[in-house]
Write a protein that binds this ligand. Structure first.
Ligand SMILES: Nc1ncnc2c1ncn2[C@@H]1O[C@H](COP(=O)(O)OP(=O)(O)O)[C@@H](O)[C@H]1O
Ligand SMILES: [Mg+2]
Length: 273
């Protein structure tokens, strides 16, 4: 399958041997509000290797989005260490990661195509060229007719796909995806998952994928981390030893897939769903 992502979308990874792509060690994150403090994460340890797809699942409110915000450089932990490509500074995190927040942040005055192309413009590509390069992806994602529409004219699922495209086009070595397909109907969602798996096979990147969908986590992940309820910490890590490529039907009907799903669900329950 051609992924339609034109090279050079992502620089090849060049981490020194032994350098973790993503590191969270002993992380705590607290929010202060008028109604008192909220401890979102505590004692969280998690790493991802270069080129690995790490899926993170956990109950609502357990701190999954907070974890991605820390990795993206939008905040610092109250305790512990957060690093990307071995660099702890917020600046390094801000420039290494392409972050897709849970709520799409499309610019309302720019067309869908212009929003996606923004990621290329930020890398110095001219405006017209950026749009020319982004357009094939709109076609592939069934958005061609809507390329010139404004975000307000799109459904939630379409906006999510545009935001996802923009994240991919940013050409960063690490992707942080917060429930990227949550607003999509199940058929589109399955197609997007397959496309992402293929795109990552063609051009490996380190991915931290947050989802509340265990099957999505297993289908896409090399590893799945299960978080406890708030304050979130890792209660189980599962290696997803399923061959790639992963044709959907064969993969989800594989008894090994069902066994992993069972283990992940058990871990969620034990953590106190
Ligand atoms: N900026 C913030 N200010 C106050 N509380 C916050 C803030 N961000 C998150 N929280 C709280 O931290 C907890 C974890 O939130 P979040 O990371 O969004 O969870 P999840 O993504 O797993 O649903 C929740 O209780 C949430 O209300
Ligand atoms: Mg969230």
């Amino acid at each position: 399958m051609r992924t339609g992502l034109e090279a050079p979308a992502a620089p090849p990874h060049q981490l020194e041997e032994g350098t973790e792509a993503v590191t969270l060690r002993g992380v705590a994150r607290r929010f202060r509000s008028r109604r008192g403090d909220v401890l979102a994460l505590q004692g969280l340890d998690l790493t991802a290797e270069d080129g690995e797809v790490l899926a993170v699942v956990g109950p609502s409110g357990c701190g999954k989005s907070t974890l991605l915000e820390l990795l993206a450089g939008l905040g610092d932990p109250d305790e512990g260490t957060v690093a990307v490509a071995g660099e702890r500074s917020r600046e390094a995190r801000l420039t290494t990661c392409a972050y897709m927040p849970q709520r799409d942040l499309l610019l309302p005055w720019r067309s869908a195509l212009a929003n996606a192309a923004l990621a290329l413009e930020a890398q110095g590509v001219g405006r017209a060229e950026a749009r020319r390069r982004a357009l094939p992806l709109f076609e592939r994602f069934g958005l061609a007719e809507f390329a010139r529409a404004l975000p307000a004219e799109l459904s939630g699922g379409m906006r999510q796909r545009v935001a996802f495209l923009r994240t991919l086009l940013a050409g960063r070595p690490t992707l942080l995806l917060d429930e990227p397909f949550g607003a999509l109907d199940s058929i589109t969602r399955a197609a997007m998952q397959e496309w992402l798996a293929e795109a990552l096979r063609a051009e490996p990147r380190t991915v931290v994928l947050v989802t509340h969908d265990v099957r999505e986590a297993l289908y896409l992940g090399d590893r799945v981390a299960v978080l406890s309820p708030r304050p979130g910490r890792v209660v189980a890590e599962l290696s997803v030893d399923l061959e790639r490529p992963r044709p959907r039907r064969e993969t989800v009907t594989d008894p090994a897939f069902a066994a992993l799903e069972e283990r992940a669900l058990e871990a969620l329950e034990e953590g106190g769903l």
